[in-house]
Design a protein around this ligand. Structure first.
Ligand code: PPS
Length: 374
């Protein structure tokens, strides 16, 4: 009995010894495999951190906040809904926000290649406005171009995060090779008083793109977005007119943003007109290829994005991409782009149109371009 107990104890001890030897052996195999991979340079192909954890959390919080209740601080991060079986072209979830923030393409075979080559540069071209003008559509259309690399989410550097410094801003940019253009879009730059001076101090050569849209429809679009986030919002007319009077309330941002001439004046104090391209938001919908031709010329790019990239989606009521960046499937923008607008009384729209007319004319004169809103 005692002997068999001892033998059992011995077997158990022996078993343990064999097990621990086996685990040491396996650990060694793992270690040497890893060492072998690193020596062959494979470790470098892991995506490098684009920004530190603190920054990433900050941005993530900001983005989630943007996507949340505060419609004034909205972003392009929206819950997605596709038209038919198509994937929306937006930053739909946290993962894709982080991925897009890094500016790297979706996890496909070439990800490590895209991460390892080129360098992060300050953007040579920025879509600075205007909110609800069609800025997301323009950026996504541009991203099909092989010589354009852009940050997906809005960095908001020249308005909200300027304190973080230029190096922080540059770290958000995707890597580019010689001849490729780095881009970003943040529509609130156009109405930010300090933005022109700040951008000028980064580089006076940055090309500036402004997507403009009839300020009346732009205001309604802006209001629609706020209404989606806050369903209890007062009516459009009660916000557009000051204290129930017939005076337009220019303190309301949905109205103020549309006074394009005023905002442009601020930019022209720093940048010459030749540095700007004004894209018609209406034409971007009616003739995306035509408008994209102008944009590519302005950026000094070969006209790669042409009518063969677009088709008109009847369900969505907007042009969509046949093959967007990193995908072989057709895609439309998400449900927050191309939303139906609430009905606004005709006399309210007329009053607003009258209000904008002189500013529009001034804007046409300043830009040398009649956008045909009147
Ligand atoms: N191809 C395509 N698909 C969908 N939507 C398109 C497209 N081209 C332009 N638009 C118009 O873009 C409007 C949204 O503008 P922005 O992207 O600048 O909005 S934002 O400021 O970034 O929130 C959006 O405004 P709403 O129609 O009011 O939703 C659209 O009219």
């Amino acid at each position: 009995m005692g002997c068999s107990k001892w033998r059992a104890g011995f077997n158990f001890g022996h078993h343990l010894k064999v097990q621990s030897k086996l685990s040491v052996f396996l650990t060694m195999i793992l270690f040497f495999t890893y060492l072998f991979y690193c020596l062959n340079g494979f470790c470098e192909s892991l995506p490098p951190p684009v920004y530190d954890q603190q920054t990433s959390n900050l941005l993530l919080n900001q983005i989630l906040l943007d996507a949340g209740q505060d419609a004034r601080h909205k972003n392009d991060v929206t819950a997605s809904a596709s038209a038919g079986d198509e994937q929306p072209l937006e930053l739909d979830d946290v993962d894709s926000v982080l991925q897009k923030l890094s500016g790297e393409p979706p996890s496909e075979g070439n990800m490590s290649v895209a991460n390892s080559f080129g360098s992060k540069k300050f953007p040579q071209a920025i879509i600075i406005g205007v909110k609800k003008g069609g800025t997301r559509a323009l950026l996504e259309f541009l991203r099909i171009h092989p010589d354009v690399r852009a940050v997906g989410a809005e960095p908001h550097f020249f308005d909200r995060f300027y304190d973080k410094g230029l190096e922080w801003y540059r770290s958000l940019m995707p890597r580019t090779l010689e001849g490729q253009i780095t881009m970003e879009k943040t529509p609130s730059y156009f109405i930010t008083k300090e933005a022109p001076r700040r951008l000028f101090s980064m580089s006076r050569h940055t090309k500036l793109i402004v997507v403009v849209r009839d300020p009346v429809t732009r205001a309604v679009s802006d209001y629609t977005q706020t209404l989606t986030k806050s369903p209890g919002l007062p009516s459009f007319q009660s916000l557009a007119f000051r204290n129930g009077s017939s005076t337009i309330d220019t303190a309301w941002s949905a109205v103020r943003i549309g006074i394009y001439a005023k905002h442009l004046e601020n930019w022209l104090r720093y940048f010459p007109l030749s540095r700007f391209l004004f894209v018609s938001g209406e034409r971007l919908v009616m003739d995306p290829a035509g408008e994209m031709g102008r944009v590519q010329d302005f950026l000094g790019l070969k006209r790669v994005v042409t009518d063969k990239h677009f088709y008109f989606n009847q369900t969505k009521g907007f042009p969509c991409l046949k093959k967007p960046e990193g995908s072989s499937r057709p895609r439309c923008l998400g449900k927050s782009k191309g939303r139906p607008h609430p009905r606004i009384p005709a006399q309210v729209l007329r009053r607003l149109r009258d209000f904008y007319r002189p500013f529009n004319l001034k804007f046409y004169q300043m830009t040398g371009h009649d956008f045909g809103w009147d």
